[in-house]
Design a binder for this molecule. Structure first.
Ligand SMILES: *[C@@H]1O[C@H](CO)[C@@H](O)[C@H](O)[C@H]1NC(C)=O
Ligand SMILES: *[C@@H]1O[C@H](CO)[C@@H](O)[C@H](O)[C@H]1NC(C)=O
Ligand SMILES: *[C@@H]1O[C@H](CO)[C@@H](O)[C@H](O)[C@H]1NC(C)=O
Ligand SMILES: *[C@@H]1O[C@H](CO)[C@@H](O)[C@H](O)[C@H]1NC(C)=O
Length: 527
């Protein structure tokens, strides 16, 4: 399947000032984009190849008017509206996708940032120079309320790239938008579409702030927004905590969970059809678990299918029943950063509070997720009361996040990497060793997951770990460079089984490969 190019997607959401506009709906309260008869009829008629297309189309008239006209149409046809009539209705009341995204060149873009001079190989330097040019094409300004897309989970890595390109003002704009969303909704939604409001992003906002502050020393910005960062972490505590018993003790950790039924609006017909294969009483649970998986960013993966009645089918998905290593490592890191932030701002009591939260989580990571035999951390299956011993790069997240206290853990994790034969994959680290056809599994490899393993090892004082990190980084750069040389494009994922090709497979691929106009989503990167 043809992969979409979106390697360096950058959706800046400038101009998005939520709260100051029309009254905002409750989480996914929209009768048009979230649930209701109009959504059901349009999606089940499959007017578009990709269900995401319809829910991304902006309205061309007021919502009540659209709903009123729809009720009239439905009445005329006694609810069985002919396909052609439905098509005309959509054309009359909705606009094409992507019209709300305006091209925009970031103001702080400059030629020749310093990092380019540090690249010795002239071919790699020329390539990096071309990638730096792409920021100008990837910037998108959003002019309506519910614009933007999924894919924010990559924002932290996009920000690292922007800082390398010396564009802190652009990073500040992105941060400001996320902080505004937290102020309005209490968490960072999966995307700024109304239908994403029930689902969060993985908690990387505190880390984004840390990177920005480390680059700029902008303590004022930190001071102004520290409470918003705290409220985002409160969301994870209040809405996504889970108690785990292990070895006679009880621990509080976090999981992905979206306690709302109904099909995902952007994959409505697929979800509805999958749910129809189950008994009616089990459908809402399935639909909620599909959303939880979307919240994790790993939609879909054997990680969330493990331990169910039929681990080769999506209908077995049970995301919320697993305690994920990476999520808890992200939170542990965020708690440490919050403690540092509060110290910097002179608030010792809050600094101590977060220091304690981090210490508790470190203990839980060690006692519940760490496996001394294998020498790495694993997701914990709450129902089956055991770890999922499969390989995933996320198993290394505590190294990356600095959330371990025993220095020997690095060498053990390195040995685990060798034991799993991961170093034999010379084009990149696979997402798993299981070939399920889901896109977050073998043979696909993703840049953020390479980073989780590589920088985790590179930070270690162990020479061996650093050497392996260097080798893994070189493998990945080579795969990206070779594909770029052939296709003049960067891809979101690569198939590492086949000499490093653009990756494919899975449900999400189908979602994003719909007929979006060029530039509306993950612009094609051409030199
Ligand atoms: C509308 O549909 C319902 C149920 O499908 C049926 O009982 C009713 O007779 C129909 N009415 C008209 C006017 O066709
Ligand atoms: C989080 O929990 C609170 C209280 O139970 C609830 O009001 C809120 O809607 C939840 N947030 C989300 C995004 O589900
Ligand atoms: C940030 O400020 C601190 C203390 O004021 C100073 O020591 C440090 O060099 C500054 N860093 C940058 C990147 O400006
Ligand atoms: C520390 O932060 C908390 C939470 O924002 C606030 O209530 C408290 O007043 C702050 N204390 C100091 C000394 O600034």
């Amino acid at each position: 399947m043809q992969g979409r190019t979106w390697g360096l997607r950058l959706l800046l959401l400038l101009g998005l000032r939520l709260g100051s506009q029309e009254a905002l709906p409750p989480p996914c309260g929209s009768q048009i984009y979230c649930h209701g008869e109009l959504l059901r009829q349009v999606q089940m008629a499959k007017l578009y190849q990709d269900d995401k297309q319809f829910v991304d189309m902006p309205l061309s008239s007021a919502p009540d008017q659209v709903l009123r006209h729809f009720r009239e149409l439905a009445q005329t046809h006694n609810l069985s509206i002919p396909r052609q009539e439905l098509q005309m209705f959509v054309q009359e009341h909705f606009r094409a996708v992507g019209q709300e995204l305006q091209p925009w060149t970031p103001e702080d873009w400059r030629d020749s940032p310093q990092f380019l001079q540090k690249i010795l190989d002239p071919r790699l330097r020329a390539w990096a120079g071309q990638l730096h040019q792409l920021w100008k094409k990837l910037g998108k300004k959003v002019s309506v309320l519910w614009a933007s897309q999924r894919g924010w989970r990559d924002s932290y890595w996009v920000m690292e790239g922007l800082l390398l390109s010396e564009m802190p003002e652009t990073v500040k704009g992105m941060l400001q938008n996320f902080l505004d969303l937290v102020q309005t909704y209490g968490h960072v939604p999966n995307g700024a579409r109304v239908y994403y409001l029930q689902r969060s992003q993985p908690p990387l906002l505190t880390l984004m702030m840390d990177r920005y502050v480390a680059h700029t020393n902008d303590t004022t910005f930190l001071r102004d927004h520290i409470e918003t960062l705290a409220s985002e972490l409160d969301f994870w505590t209040k809405n996504r905590s889970i108690s785990v018993s292990s070895g006679g003790k009880s621990y509080i950790l976090n999981h992905y969970e979206v306690p709302y039924g109904g099909p995902r609006p952007e994959s409505y017909s697929k979800d509805a059809e999958l749910a129809a294969t189950l008994l009616e009483g089990n459908r809402d649970t399935l639909l909620a678990e599909l959303k939880a998986s979307a919240e994790s960013g790993w939609d879909f993966s054997s990680r969330w299918l493990v331990g169910g009645p039929n681990p080769s089918s999506l209908s077995s998905i049970r995301t919320s029943k697993l305690v994920p290593v990476d999520l808890n490592a992200f939170l542990c890191q965020a708690e440490g950063l919050m403690s540092n932030f509060y110290s910097r701002l002179g608030n010792d009591s809050e600094a101590a509070k977060y220091r304690n939260l981090r210490a508790e989580r470190m203990a839980a990571l060690k006692d519940v997720l760490w496996d001394e035999d294998k020498g790495v951390w694993f997701d914990y299956d709450l129902e089956n009361e055991k770890k999922n011993l499969e390989f995933y790069p996320s198993n290394f997240a505590p190294l990356w996040a600095g959330c371990f206290s025993d220095p020997d853990d690095v060498d053990k994790a390195l040995k685990y990497l060798e034991d799993s034969r991961i170093l034999t994959y010379q084009y990149g680290i696979p997402t798993s060793l299981q070939k399920t056809g889901q896109q977050w599994d073998f043979p696909n490899a993703w840049a953020p997951l390479q980073d989780l393993v590589i920088r985790g090892l590179a930070k270690s004082p162990s020479a061996k770990a650093q050497e392996v990190a260097f080798q893994l980084a070189q493998n990945w750069i080579r795969t990206n460079f070779d594909v770029y040389s052939k296709k003049s494009a960067m891809y979101e994922k690569y198939d590492i089984s086949n000499g490093g090709q653009p990756g494919g497979g899975g449900e999400y691929e189908v979602q994003v490969s719909g007929p979006h106009p060029p530039g509306s989503f993950g612009a094609v990167l051409s030199p």
